[in-house]
Design a protein around this ligand. Structure first.
Ligand SMILES: NC(=O)c1ccc[n+]([C@@H]2O[C@H](COP(=O)([O-])OP(=O)(O)OC[C@H]3O[C@@H](n4cnc5c(N)ncnc54)[C@H](O)[C@@H]3O)[C@@H](O)[C@H]2O)c1
Length: 255
């Protein structure tokens, strides 16, 4: 699918991977809409990119619906969804601070899995009613963000890994569900990317993570995610798959 002039929604656009993806798709002349619960930074980026922003917490179904109702009236339904919002608090099931509270596990699942799914579900409904673009009836593309923690989560990542492996796991059945409507579903599983999420980790942990990447021996950069997302949108034969973006990194059990 060509990107130019397509209504493109980037969720989690106020920071890191989402912000860089928004910048990249803006440079490709997408009609850009940005969602984030951090309304202030999202609005500032939208102003810079001449895009439209909505303050949306993806764990609140009505906030997603209201923003989608409003933007659909002005721009039409999105044909491209790039779901980047996520949180990654680390905590062991039993550790220095005692037993992990159930609420901490639930918060990660609420955002990374249920929130991501809710955005995808609501948008898929809207996309399914759009006119097809080509002889194969293509209507849209959905890209979710998993993580290599979906496959080799480290100590302290039980909640995060559970949420991201669910994103990886739903990719194929979602692609199969939506095939009838000409909607492709893909996921990108980044390794260790240099973003504010990672900056929250102690410096020595970040250095250790960098060293274990086989090649190139550095952290990934958000632009590498953004250009992969571009390729996924443009390559119509990519569907139902999770692509690792990790310099061949396989996480050790802890760093
Ligand atoms: N940075 C990494 O190393 C890495 C590795 C693998 C996967 N990922 C995934 O990539 C995605 C982006 O991560 P990042 O590193 O850019 O993080 P980030 O913290 O820089 O950005 C995440 C964005 O998501 C937004 N967000 C969080 N909860 C939200 C909610 N409930 N509703 C709406 N917006 C919400 C935040 O406000 C923030 O702007 C996440 O899904 C993350 O799990 C990151």
């Amino acid at each position: 699918m060509q990107i130019k002039d397509q209504v493109t929604l980037v969720v989690g656009a106020a920071s890191g991977i989402g912000a860089e993806t928004a910048r990249h798709f803006s440079s490709l002349d997408a009609k850009l809409i940005l969602f984030d619960k951090n309304g202030k930074d999202c609005k500032a980026l939208a102003k810079e990119l001449k895009a439209t922003s909505y303050e949306v917490d993806i764990t609140v179904e009505a906030q997603i619906k209201n923003a989608l109702d409003e933007l659909t009236q002005s721009y039409g339904a999105p044909r491209i969804l790039i779901n980047c919002a996520g949180i990654a608090p680390a905590r062991r099931i039993v550790g220095n601070k005692g037993v992990m509270p159930q609420a901490e596990f639930e918060q990660v699942i609420d955002t990374n899995l249920l929130g991501c799914f809710d955005v995808m579900r609501q948008i898929a409904g809207l996309m399914s009613k759009l006119d097809p673009l080509d002889e194969y009836q293509q209507r849209g593309v959905i890209i979710n963000t998993a993580s290599i923690a979906a496959f080799d989560g480290q100590a302290g990542q039980a909640a995060y890994a559970a949420s991201k492996s669910a994103i990886a796991g739903l990719t194929l059945p979602a692609a199969r569900d939506l095939a009838k409507y000409g909607i492709r579903v893909m996921a990108i599983a980044p390794g260790v990317m240099n973003t504010p999420m990672l900056a929250a980790m102690p410096e020595d942990v970040r250095k250790k993570l960098e060293i274990v990447v086989p090649f190139p021996k550095r952290l990934g950069v958000p632009r590498e995610f953004a250009t992969l997302a571009q390729h996924i949108v443009e390559n119509d034969y990519l569907n139902g798959e999770v692509i690792r973006l990790d310099g061949a990194l396989r996480m050790p059990h802890e760093v």
